[in-house]
Design a protein around this ligand. Structure first.
Ligand SMILES: *Cc1c(COP(=O)(O)O)cnc(C)c1O
Length: 442
């Protein structure tokens, strides 16, 4: 059993996170329940900040809020000195409502609408990461309407892509995101932007993938971006002040996942920046990164109650829990793997191999295939680890299930940060037109 952060097994054989017995959390808040180990989130944030401080470079660590965007998380990011990436009006609104400083917000996305751009301009956010030519000219025009000059990075596709364990370096990348470096689109974007009076180019951004366990891809990306910076200075006379290397730093979901310590990812990036830019006699740029998963992923645990069971002799035994693909779509979407334990009987020896099924009307709604567990009974608690990233964020109301509550736990205390949805919430946006009402009871 691999326990993350402050998680441990207490004297009663119960899983405890942040000094709180999860059986007590189940009683107080119900299940399914997302539990976040606040100390571990803060520790991860601090690992990034400390590693950059050690490099001596100027930096921003921008938490990619898409991984888990709720107001309480924005508050923690703010306290830990992080910046924040948003990709929608909803994520921007969440950050602003939380009181997150607008100057530390960066706006991403390949199809920002005029409404979203205006909202971000009105809030005076710190930076737009411009993805394509249409957006560049729209942003300049909307900024001009408001008499503002906006800071931007250009998202470029450097021709390096990480497939978790390997990298491919190709001339031409087929991606919906960004300006291609190899075909000249990136240079053309800089050329066009230099003529726009409401745009200020800070530099460039690249993001090479997700759940990355090695540093070679980041080094390759730095090499390409540095060469581009030198080319732009020579050919267009513009000097980048900021290089953003994106996110994608891996975490341990299951045995066999071997992420590097945060400090090693950061050192690989800062070393590559210093050597490339020094060699070119280029003023050392400010470095930004955008970790999402590696800030919140291993701090999250989802707690379920075991319900029904079905054994198919010689095939498999299903154990059904009170959630599923609606609170964690990743196994169904990407065959993602997770580890889990019986949280109220954590000291008992494993006795059977089971498949954890959700309760959605989809045969594919299986959270974990072939999990070793003690013999589970109806009413037991199942804790699935490492669900902090892209779980609540991707949750749906499929089958009109209610999205679970989220609690932060720390130093023996639990705090609700998102309420469980109510049945009233489920129909809250529904409207029955008058002409359909006549025959109904009310
Ligand atoms: C998704 C994304 C991130 C965060 O990725 P993680 O794998 O969660 O670290 C950062 N930057 C961009 C542009 C992204 O699309």
């Amino acid at each position: 059993m691999y326990l993350h952060g402050t998680s441990k097994i207490n004297a009663e054989g119960h899983l405890e996170i942040g000094g709180v017995d999860v059986a007590d959390l189940a009683k107080e808040y119900g299940t399914p329940l997302y539990i976040v180990d606040e100390a571990l989130v803060r520790q991860r944030a601090n690992e990034y900040v400390s590693a950059f401080e050690a490099s001596g470079l100027k930096f921003q660590v921008a938490y990619a809020s898409k991984a888990f965007s709720v107001m309480a998380m924005c508050a923690i990011a703010e306290q830990e000195g992080l910046s924040l990436d948003v990709v929608s009006d909803g994520e921007l609104y969440t950050a602003l409502q939380a009181g997150f400083p607008a100057g530390r917000i960066h706006f991403h996305g390949n199809n920002k609408t005029p409404d979203e751009i205006n909202m971000a301009l009105d809030a005076n956010i710190g930076c737009f990461v411009v993805d394509n030519f249409v957006e560049l000219h729209m942003l300049n025009a909307l900024a001009a309407d408001k008499g503002k000059k906006v800071k931007i990075l250009f998202r470029i596709t450097p021709g390096v892509e990480a497939h978790t364990h390997e990298y491919i370096s190709t001339g031409q990348q087929d991606s919906k995101f960004g300006f291609d470096l190899g075909n000249g689109a990136a240079k053309q974007a800089i050329e066009e932007a230099l003529k726009l009076s409401n745009i200020e180019i800070l530099g460039v951004h690249s993001h090479i993938g997700s759940q990355i366990f090695e540093v070679d891809g980041f080094r390759m990306a730095v090499d390409k971006v540095a060469a581009f910076a030198v080319q732009i200075r020579e050919e267009l006379g513009h000097t980048f002040q900021v290089i953003n290397l994106g996110g994608g730093f891996g975490i341990r979901y299951v045995e066999g996942d071997t992420p590097l310590p945060v400090a090693q990812y950061v050192a690989a990036i800062t070393d590559a920046i210093i050597s490339n830019f020094s060699a070119a006699n280029f003023p050392l740029p400010e470095i930004w990164v955008e970790p999402g998963r590696s800030i919140v992923g291993d701090a999250g645990t989802t707690l379920y109650t075991v319900g029904t069971m079905k054994e198919i002799p010689g095939v498999r035994k299903y154990i059904a829990v009170d959630g599923g693909m609606m609170d964690n779509p990743r196994p169904a979407l990407y065959q993602s793997r997770y580890e889990a334990i019986l949280a109220n009987r954590a000291n008992e020896a494993n006795a059977e191999t089971v498949t954890i099924a959700g309760k959605a009307c989809e045969s594919g709604d299986k959270l974990i295939i072939d999990l070793e567990l003690p013999k589970a009974e109806t009413g037991d608690l199942l804790a699935v680890f490492c669900t902090g990233a892209y779980n609540y964020a991707m949750a749906s109301n499929y089958n009109r299930f209610r999205r679970p509550a989220v609690v932060f736990v720390k130093d023996g205390q639990s705090d609700l940060v998102v309420q469980r949805e109510s049945l009233e919430n489920i129909v809250g946006n529904d409207v029955i037109p008058a002409r359909l009402r006549k025959s109904l009871a009310k």
